[in-house]
Design a protein around this ligand. Structure first.
Ligand SMILES: [Zn+2]
Length: 283
């Protein structure tokens, strides 16, 4: 079953390009936060992550959380706010039925509290690590518990508990683990561990009949799978498990090689999003 996919840029922060990937320059570059709006024929409006939200500032006002804001100061223009972008498409935040959470870094989930009717899906291991972390450890890991709705667990289900499905042959390079989120094959959660303990990527076929992998922060740039340009060492500190992160990038490289027509879209790669949009416009 196909779904309608649109990629939304919801704010950005700035990073040193050289740290984000080897071969980059020693200059500050925009690091956009993209999320995805998915319209499912039966389930309705679904988000994959939320990007930034004004709540990020509230959550990073106290210490030690303020360190997070200092490390990655965010920018969110009024017209880039999720609510404004939903309104431009005739949707209210309360119309979002599901929010699929790639992982719990704050630039991916800052808007969860703004979705009053959404249920949530994530990977069990990511949730367990988040809830087990001390306050200081959470900040060190890029997690802000204050961004989670008070009734988060009551509205949560784990992708790992849903029916396992075998990947199509061309996707086997990525591994054989996948979970069918809605029982119709439209959205399949695939683990992309390393950046986060488990991290949930999403396999789908869009309205243009194009196969897409939303890969969140499995890599920050398409250069990772094209040129194996990995982040420089300070950024490695942001990874949950560096060897596993590199292994996941190598799986992405193998997948990209096996399926050149596939659109692989990381959450912070302007080039990948532009390529996806250009191909969508051409069809
Ligand atoms: Zn992340």
């Amino acid at each position: 079953m196909r779904v309608r996919l649109e990629l939304l840029r919801v704010g950005h922060c700035r990073h040193c390009e050289r740290i984000a990937h080897r071969g980059g320059r020693w200059r500050s570059v925009e690091f956009p936060a993209f999320c995805a709006l998915i319209l499912h024929p039966r389930e309705g409006a679904i988000l994959y992550d939320t990007g930034y939200a004004p709540r990020f500032l509230d959550a990073t006002t106290p210490w030690p959380e303020r360190l997070y804001r200092w490390a990655t100061p965010p920018h969110l223009d009024a017209d880039e706010r999720l609510e404004a972008q939903l309104a431009a498409r005739g949707l209210r935040p309360s119309d979002i039925r599901w929010c699929l959470i790639s992982h719990f870094h704050a630039d991916h989930i800052a808007g969860l509290r703004d979705l009053p009717a959404a249920r949530f899906v994530c990977m069990r291991e990511d949730h367990a690590a988040l809830r087990a972390a001390s306050r200081l450890r959470a900040v060190r890991n890029g997690w802000l518990q204050a961004l989670l709705p008070d009734d988060f667990e009551a509205r949560l289900r784990f992708a790992d508990d849903l029916r396992r499905v075998a990947p199509p042959p061309a996707w086997r390079a990525l591994g054989d683990d996948g979970h069918d989120l809605f029982g119709d094959g439209s959205l399949v959660a695939v683990p992309l561990p390393g950046h986060a303990p488990r991290q949930m990527g999403l396999r789908l076929t869009d309205q243009h009949d194009r196969e897409v992998l939303l890969c969140a922060d499995a890599c920050w740039s398409r250069r990772a799978w094209r040129d194996r340009a990995l982040p420089a060492w300070p950024a490695r500190l942001a990874m949950h498990d560096w060897p596993t992160y590199v292994a996941t990038i190598d799986r992405l490289r193998a997948l990209a090689k096996a399926t050149p027509e596939l659109a692989i879209v990381p959450s912070h790669c302007t080039e990948s999003v532009a390529a996806y949009r250009a191909a969508a416009e051409a069809t």
